[in-house]
Ligand binder design. Structure first.
Ligand code: BGC
Length: 759
């Protein structure tokens, strides 16, 4: 189809009509011109195709599909390849089911562990979130099916999600909340982007010109179309002009008519509408020309893939006395309702209708020595003494007790936020009682976001399995018995208590006003700076083997910010079992004039190593690895100086480091006035040259002499040399007229400032 020509043949009404959905899941077509309607469907961790009653909350059923691990889990894999494979599988399902665009992935940053939808998001760290979302996007789109990168942007709470206003400063916006979107747009070129419900600094995300056009299209080069989150449109005409092409699901024709009127009244340029339609048709054509409904959808094979990926994601948090892996044949009491009825995904629009599910007990079928006790129920938080007594009895009779616990559905969900980090009281009590009865107690957790663990010191091992998808039971078995060596790492900080979280003072907002007061200090960026020890740090995870690091090296000791630095480190498996290590690279700015976190993740590599084997992890760093967002030039900027490249086994455990110098090629614009202070002026070479002759006069007027004897005289009095020097440092240029009268004229100072600003 010649899209430009087709658009030119459309009536105004036809073009406007294409800017909203036909129904919940379809776009409109124009029959007379052969423009077909296409289907879009939720993701992100599987296909939620509704062929009956439609809704965006996961209420009504969808077709049977494969539920892969949710993003909370897949982020923990730190495995780009796994995410790509998962994307390919979901892409195949979409082709098979004739779905043109899968609505995901979701890359919002985990600002607080309370966000009800954290299970669907990747991380508190924008680099990790961006890399993982890039991989799954590439995987899905490799099948010629589109994705919808969501929810753009600053949708970091569910509370009042359709009205709250995320108020954030420019630097925080860029460094924390936009980076993951930027990474995916630039690296994976998603076909569509979904704008969020909330406002951004006072303007709805669905009609925010700065984010939808200024940043997304003009800066990042996005060339697909923007779709609204379901029902996110407020002012349709403003939205279209701002860069929102498609409204979903629809507004009963009201907004289509508004678009027509706006064009007729000259409020909206018809060219904007033409462009919007052109963009949508271009994306849909990409799918239509590559439709392949004959693509096989082998659900059983995908179930096995889901199991493999789920095991890659599980994080071993504690393993005292190497109690894990378990030995088949041991008497093992498996305790907890989740062992038979696992929670493996979250509630809401991402809810997949799994074609089958494997619980841990299913996966242990036929293994000798296994007993089961339910331990708790989901219907109430209240402990059930009878269930606990049975569990304690089972634990006593076993060599090892494995308690499968976590968060029930109503503890975390799309649509509302959590108010605390506790697990249900009945589960906490059960774990304590079981641990009293059997010192060899292992806890497996199924949850989408951090929980507190009051029983941590009483149990020997903890496996954080997150929400592992429909094959979670098999994967749990693989980890517990060592068929798979745990290799997940926490993609978020587990705090010791909620009040330690940086957003604690303002999360959720006052009414609709949601200020992001903690700025760039989100997650480990805050815990590291404040030296608050978390329960478990970002990046943490144990293995059944051990790894040693050696020979950290860089391609140069110094570089310009336009260059590339290669960093390499050798990693050896020094244990007795094959395993995978996530080699994490952090960058630390030694000295900075802006507030910066202690370290920031700028690279990771997952290595698979046989016992005794050594491999080299290689990273390439460019300007962005060292830069912060400078609000004076509205761009990324590297402050010239020393940086430490750190290799860590977590954000709190650095195992090797090396220093490099990076020099900026960009000179920040200076603007001096009579109010500029000497401290700032003296940093400028030319200002220094102009001021040095005058400084003697200034010093004299303040009574500062460079001679040591007079210094000690001053020191003996209440006025210290440090104080005098500070007074000069922080004095404005204009103070020369008051403190060094007659030495310099007002006109001379004006001339000096002008000369400096002329450059
Ligand atoms: C969610 C989106 C989802 C859409 C369609 C909304 O409520 O926020 O993530 O894609 O519904 O179901």
């Amino acid at each position: 189809m010649d899209i430009k020509k087709t658009v030119s043949q459309m009536t105004l009404e036809e073009k406007a009509s294409l800017c909203s959905g036909l129904d919940f899941w379809h776009t409109k077509g124009v029959e007379r011109l052969g423009v077909p309607s296409v289907m879009v469907s939720d993701g992100p961790h599987g296909l939620r195709k509704q062929d009956m009653s439609a809704d965006h909350l996961g209420i009504n059923d969808s077709i049977k599909a494969v539920c892969f691990p949710a993003a909370c889990a897949t982020a923990a894999s730190f495995d780009r390849e796994a995410l790509r494979e998962m994307g390919e599988a979901i892409g195949d399902a979409c082709q098979h089911e004739e779905v043109a665009v899968l609505l995901g992935p979701a890359v919002n940053i985990k600002r607080s562990p309370l966000c009800g939808r954290n299970f669907e998001y990747f991380s508190e760290d924008p680099y990790l979130a961006g890399e993982m979302a890039t991989a799954i996007t590439q995987g899905i789109q490799s099948r010629n099916v589109g994705t919808s990168l969501k929810h753009f942007a600053l949708n970091n709470q569910e509370h009042r999600r359709m009205s709250s206003d995320s108020v954030v400063d420019e630097r925080t916006l860029r460094e924390i909340y936009l980076t993951a979107f930027e990474t995916v747009v630039k690296q994976a070129r998603p076909w569509t982007v979904m704008c969020s419900y909330n406002k951004i600094n006072g303007e709805y995300a669905s009609q925010n010109y700065e984010t939808l056009t200024g940043i997304l299209r003009e800066e990042w080069g996005f060339d697909g179309y923007v779709v609204s989150d379901w029902g996110a449109v407020s002012d349709r005409v403003k939205g279209l002009a701002a860069g929102l092409e498609l409204e979903m699901p629809a507004s009963d024709g009201v907004n289509d008519r508004r678009i027509v009127e706006a064009v007729k009244e000259g409020v909206l340029d018809e060219a904007v509408l033409d462009k919007a339609v052109e963009r949508m048709l271009t994306v849909h054509q990409r799918y239509l020309e590559n439709r392949k409904p004959e693509t096989p959808w082998d659900k059983e094979a995908q179930h096995e893939l889901a199991r493999r990926i789920a095991a890659e994601c599980m994080v071993l948090l504690k393993n005292q006395d190497d109690i894990l892996p378990l030995t088949p044949g041991d008497r093992i009491a498996v305790i907890g309702k989740f062992a038979k009825d696992p929670r493996y995904q979250g509630g809401g629009s991402s809810h997949i209708n799994a074609f089958k599910e494997t619980s841990l007990m299913d996966a242990l079928d036929g293994v000798p020595g296994i007993t089961y006790a339910q331990g708790y129920d989901f219907v109430t938080e209240e402990p059930d003494e009878a269930l606990i007594a049975q569990a304690v009895q089972a634990a006593r009779e076993a060599q090892v007790a494995v308690v499968v616990a976590g968060l029930p559905d109503d503890f975390e969900s799309e649509g509302y936020d959590r108010t605390h980090l506790n697990m249900p009281a009945c589960q906490n009590l059960l774990i304590e009682r079981v641990a009293e009865a059997n010192p060899n107690t292992v806890v497996v957790l199924y949850n989408g976001s951090p929980v507190l663990m009051p029983w941590l010191s009483q149990v020997k091992a903890v496996v954080e399995a997150y929400l592992g998808g429909q094959a979670v039971g098999g994967a749990t078995r693989d980890i517990l018995f060592g068929q798979v060596n745990p290799c997940g790492r926490l993609p978020e900080t587990f705090p010791q208590k909620l009040a330690h979280n940086p957003s604690y003072l303002s999360y959720g907002g006052e009414g609709n006003h949601a200020p992001y007061q903690e700025g760039v200090f989100v997650g480990y960026r805050y815990y590291g700076k404040k030296e608050i020890e978390p329960l478990f740090p970002f990046g943490f995870g144990l293995s059944y083997t051990r790894f040693a690091y050696d020979n950290l090296r860089t391609s140069a000791d110094s570089m310009l910010d336009t260059g590339i630095l290669t960093v390499q480190v050798d990693v050896t498996n020094v244990g007795r079992m094959a395993g995978k290590e996530v080699v994490q690279l952090y960058v630390r700015d030694v000295e900075s004039t802006v507030f910066r976190p202690v370290r920031e993740l700028k690279g990771f590599v997952k290595l698979s190593l046989q016992p005794g084997e050594t491999k080299t992890a290689t990273f390439t760093l460019d300007k962005r690895a060292f830069a912060y967002w400078n609000t004076r030039i509205h761009d990324w900027h590297v402050e010239s100086g020393d940086f430490v490249i750190e290799i860590g086994q977590s954000s709190a455990h650095i195992v090797a480091s090396v220093q490099v110098t990076v020099e900026s090629t960009v000179k920040l614009p200076q603007h001096f006035t009579m109010d500029s202070i000497f401290l700032d002026l003296m940093k400028d070479e030319r200002a220094r040259q102009m001021l040095v002759p005058l400084m003697a006069a200034v010093n004299e007027s303040f009574g500062i002499s460079t001679a040591e004897d007079s210094r000690s005289e001053v020191a003996a009095s209440a006025i210290t040399p440090a104080m005098l020097e500070a007074m000069v440092r922080y004095s404005p240029l204009r103070s020369l007229l008051s403190f060094a009268p007659g030495k310099v004229t007002y006109e001379q100072l004006v001339e000096m400032v002008d000369a400096l600003n002329r450059g």
